[in-house]
Design a protein around this ligand. Sequence first.
Ligand code: ATP
Ligand code: MG
Length: 426
Amino acid sequence: MAKTIQAIRGMNDCLPTESGKWQQVEATIRQVVASYGYQEIRTPIVESTDLFKRSIGEVTDIVEKEMYTFEDRNGDSLTLRPEGTASAVRAGNEHGLIYNQQQRLWYMGPMFRHERPQKGRYRQFHQFGVETYGLESADIDAEVILLSARLWKLFGIEDAVSLQINSLGSNEARQAYKQTLIDYLSAHKSQLDEDSLRRLESNPLRVLDSKNPQVQEVVANAPSLLDHLDEESEAHFKKLCELLDAAGIRYEVNPKLVRGLDYYNRTVFEWVTDSLGAQGTVCAGGRYDGLVEQLGGKAAPAVGFALGLERLVLLLETLDKIEANDAAAEIYVTAMGDDTLAYASQVAETLRDQKPAWRVMLHCGGGNFKKQLKRADKAGAVVALLIGSDEMAAGQVSVKPLRNNGEQITVAATELPQVLTGMLAG
Ligand code: ATP
Ligand code: MG
């Protein structure tokens, strides 16, 4: 036998038993973004490597060690997108969506990072995200947070996630704070691990969100970013807090929250959960006012977030908030004997004409009555339509309920929509 080929490690198949859940989650997301007037943007999965280097930052986990980068046949360096924001800005600049305009956009799709696969962490994963452009005051920061909060409410998991927020201030204020932080951390070098020592040189703010308890101890007494905000950022953050308070959104101000990408300024936030073990961040985002210009456009303010769909689905499963519902069809049409095939197909097609939302599966491949009913059961059907030569001759169909003890009845084919409507509702 030939050797079987397997999927790439960390890249999952989504099988029919699972895809129904994903469709439910995606449908709820589409409904919520529409309810806020956000429009979808779809960008290519592959971009120039430079796009991610210039936006995410050279000294970040993603660019240093997680990107899927390769040379194409022309010798150009391309990268499978590790996140969606850079692509949205690139597309927005390229097509003139951002300059002098306001945009509220969303996207959903696969992202790629070469990480160690584990629960909630994969090499191909999926993000839903929103990106807004041209809006600079705190009302839009509050709106994107409210939008995410509405999702938790609709999924029934609002008690399982909590919001952390922080402000990184302006680039200038952060630059000044950086030196203060470097001075402090340099005085405690002996307590820093290798990773933190490296970051102290390259990206000192990232030391603040070290997961190492010993480093965390040092960090606990570090000067706080929030005490070093510029006046405007401080007012912006205060306004955001007021708006969240007024909307009844609970949050914790976490001065150690810095996020792993370079492009953020002012507001940053994360929705975290205790229910998923180590991979507890479900959704993360913030303001990135400098990125549009950094990528060659005219300066424009921007806010957004990205939500990890695998972690959301895992969370919904863990909390029993989603059902597989892997039934393929409600109605299963059987046909006894070769000469009834055309009639059975016509009955199924007519039903699909009349009731486009109904899921009607036609038995194919013949076989005896018992075998066909078994298939109906496997498909998850609620009723089977039985078609033999008698039914065909009389322009009728026998209707057999499969999930209760209801009587089998025979009706004119023309009456099917009405008869089935009652049965499917019951
Ligand atoms: P983490 O700290 O868990 O590595 P991150 O800061 O790298 O997360 P972001 O770049 O902010 O994550 O991406 C936003 C969201 O996308 C995360 O909060 C998470 O839900 C999801 N996500 C990120 N990386 C992965 C991955 N490798 N597998 C599954 N989901 C992921
Ligand atoms: Mg990461």
